[in-house]
Design a protein around this ligand. Structure first.
Ligand SMILES: [Zn+2]
Length: 469
């Protein structure tokens, strides 16, 4: 995610990006959730999200959508694996009225409690694979944070866009809404013929019957719910392709409300950014790329998997570099727990520094030195990047800037050659998986042969300005 970041050492393009409004996402869990359903999920920041009792393998979303009324008729098929016998289970869902829930082909009982959908199958689900189908109809809602920033099913001037970081996917997707549970996705979205549908992955088909066209998109590579995206509107759609460093042809599908200005330059820059990042991070992890520039009134760009989302005017060069870097760090290698968000944002910010240094701007070392000069009292130094307790700090300066400084501190410790090896090795070791800071420390130690726990602890876990580096 790229936000307006007031504490960033502003470059010319960051100043342009700062023309956007709104601020960081400050979602917090509903504090008034009844105790009867409060059970710990797998995540330490959003314990009410997600369920550790099963693992989702795939989501199949079939939806008829009417852009003028924002009404959605949807059937979501969830193929999952139960870790143990389940007499009931929870999905995260904050969407419209449910018509039916079917488990293993038989109608199931269900009730809703806050953002929980509690399903009780006719007979218990044995350990192993099971299929749940949830049908609903109505207007999927937006999800508004305490500070006014918006995610979820966001209305636009000509349709809607689904943006999910950190928890907004539950407004339209009954799901195990926690980043550690990655799954494949198929979307079959039917809209009037004059509309376009963008989503993650590959465009499989467009089938027109009468006045309606069904767009089928498939993400065969696993994806976390917070990276799922559907954009429906009257877009200019363009198709192009590029060649990856390993010789694959990568289709580029792009969708723009306003195909001029920043959107046009972002699209033109995309192949160059992809080539730059492949050189440093290794082969692009997904089967297609592109972008969505959509007239949604949100104050951020988002690294929606394989096809980042940009608000109008929010697609300057460094933002494209940032969201594309997330494709390796965040999307392919995904944090297992939200307290490790620096694994996404620290890397994406560091990628901006690398690009800047390679294009006549400040080098990563210069960015580091500028930030290190921040006085002890600066917001950069606390809370430590992994030690925030308020989800309002999820997208704060420590996560982005001190996160990137952690990587530069590592680079200064282990040297340029080992650091370059480490960047690629991290992307490769956990490709299409999930990982933790502990995994990263182990890998950095393996690459360098050095004991690095104290360095990471100082930079990530201890509030206040690190003394020296
Ligand atoms: Zn980001």
């Amino acid at each position: 995610m790229t936000l307006r970041r007031a504490t960033l050492a502003l470059t010319a393009s960051a100043v342009l990006a700062a023309g956007l409004t709104a601020g960081p996402s400050a979602l917090s869990q509903t504090a008034d959730a009844p105790a009867t359903t409060a059970r710990r999920g797998p995540d330490t920041l959003f314990p009410l999200q997600g369920n550790a009792g099963y693992d989702v393998r795939s989501y199949d979303v079939s939806m008829d959508y009417a852009p003028l009324t924002n009404l959605a008729d949807a059937a979501v098929t969830i193929r999952a694996t139960a870790r143990k016998r389940l007499t009931s289970f929870h999905l995260d869902f904050a969407g419209p009225t449910i018509s039916t829930v079917v488990v293993g082909g038989r109608p199931a009982a269900y009730r809703r409690d806050g953002d929980e959908l509690i399903v009780t199958p006719a007979t218990a689900v044995p350990q192993g694979r099971f299929t749940t189908v949830v049908t609903y109809s109505g207007e999927p809602p937006e999800y508004t944070d305490a500070d006014g920033s918006t995610e979820g099913w966001v209305r636009t001037t000509d349709g809607a866009v689904a943006l999910g970081e950190p928890v907004g996917a539950m407004t339209w997707l009954p799901s195990n809404n926690t980043p550690a549970d990655k799954a494949t996705y198929t979307y079959r979205i039917s809209v009037p013929n004059s509309y376009e549908v963008a989503a993650n992955g590959d465009l499989v088909s467009r089938d027109t019957v009468g006045s309606s066209t069904t767009w089928t998109w498939r993400s065969s590579d696993p994806m976390s719910t917070y990276l799922a995206m559907i954009a429906i509107g009257q877009f200019t759609m363009t198709t192009a392709e590029t060649t990856s460093i390993d010789g694959r042809t990568i289709p580029i599908w792009s969708f723009e409300d306003v195909p001029t200005g920043a959107a046009a330059s972002a699209k033109a820059l995309l192949p160059e950014v992809l080539a730059f990042e492949e050189k440093h991070f290794g082969p692009y992890p997904f089967t297609s790329t592109g972008l969505v520039v959509d007239n949604a009134m949100v104050g951020y760009a988002l690294e929606t998997q394989s096809r980042p989302f940009y608000p109008p005017g929010g697609a300057d060069d460094l933002t494209v570099v940032h969201e594309m870097a997330h494709q390796w760090y965040g999307d392919s290698v995904t944090l297992r727990d939200w307290h490790d968000i620096w694994l996404a944002e620290g890397f994406a910010t560091y990628a901006e520094w690398m690009w800047d240094g390679a294009h006549g701007g400040d080098t990563p070392r210069q960015h580091f030195d500028d930030l290190y000069a921040t006085p002890e009292s600066g917001a950069l130094w606390r809370p430590a990047p992994r030690k925030f307790t308020d989800s309002a700090d999820l997208f704060g300066s420590p996560v982005y800037n001190r996160g990137a400084m952690t990587l530069q501190a590592l680079r200064m410790r282990i040297g340029n050659a080992d650091f370059a090896t480490f960047l690629k090795a991290w992307a490769r070791a956990h490709r299409h998986g999930s990982a933790s800071t502990a995994d990263l420390v182990r890998l950095a130690e393996k690459v360098s042969g050095q004991e690095l726990s104290p360095l990471f602890r100082t930079w990530l876990d201890v509030a206040g300005k690190p003394k020296g580096y």
